[in-house]
Design a protein around this ligand. Sequence first.
Ligand code: ADE
Length: 221
Amino acid sequence: MKITVLTLFPEMFAPLFSSITGRAVEAGKIEIDIVNIRDFADNKHFKCDDYPFGGGAGMVMMPQPIGSAIEAVDPEHKAHRIYLSPKGETLRQDKVFQLLQYGHIVLLCGHYEGVDQRVIDLYIDEEVSIGDYVLTGGELPAMVVCDCVARYVDGVIAQGSLVDESFANGALEYPQYTRPAEYKGLKVPEVLLSGDHKKIDDWRRAESERLTRTRRPDLKQ
Ligand code: ADE
């Protein structure tokens, strides 16, 4: 799986290259290319934004640098091209599984007031939002997409960790405990120390159902 990120702020992506995603990149399990849109501007000052036609606050990212960048990284439109935008479909776990089917994803990050609409009309396959709030740009959302896709790429995370986690079965995960068995007067539930795996599984399933029912009744069970 390859992810190409198009951004005016490549330095914002440093965190992706540490921890689990960083190790996955180093091991060659996933390729993440960060591409600076400014490198494709065909004007003398590498200008990439301008005032909006019709007036209004802020600046809009110009179509030429973005169009040229997309044509350079995906000349035959073989990749799935996503524009991160609060106007897009909200990212959920099922969408993450969908995205995993693509061999190559291009993530376009807007900044300021966004990108010229013609870039979306000409080049973009879908818009994706990470939630109903507005961020200063698409960089953090692009990192969110990279992270949650990368962790499902084969060999990045142990299979067992992915099976029980929240949303994996349309439910929230049960609570986890580790040593010590008592901390500040709070004891680990007895059943988890029992060694009886059937009882432990039953307790975890019940806790998962209880949490989902009370916190996220909108999730189907
Ligand atoms: N850009 C700004 N806000 C965003 C959001 N919530 N999701 C995706 N891209 C964005």
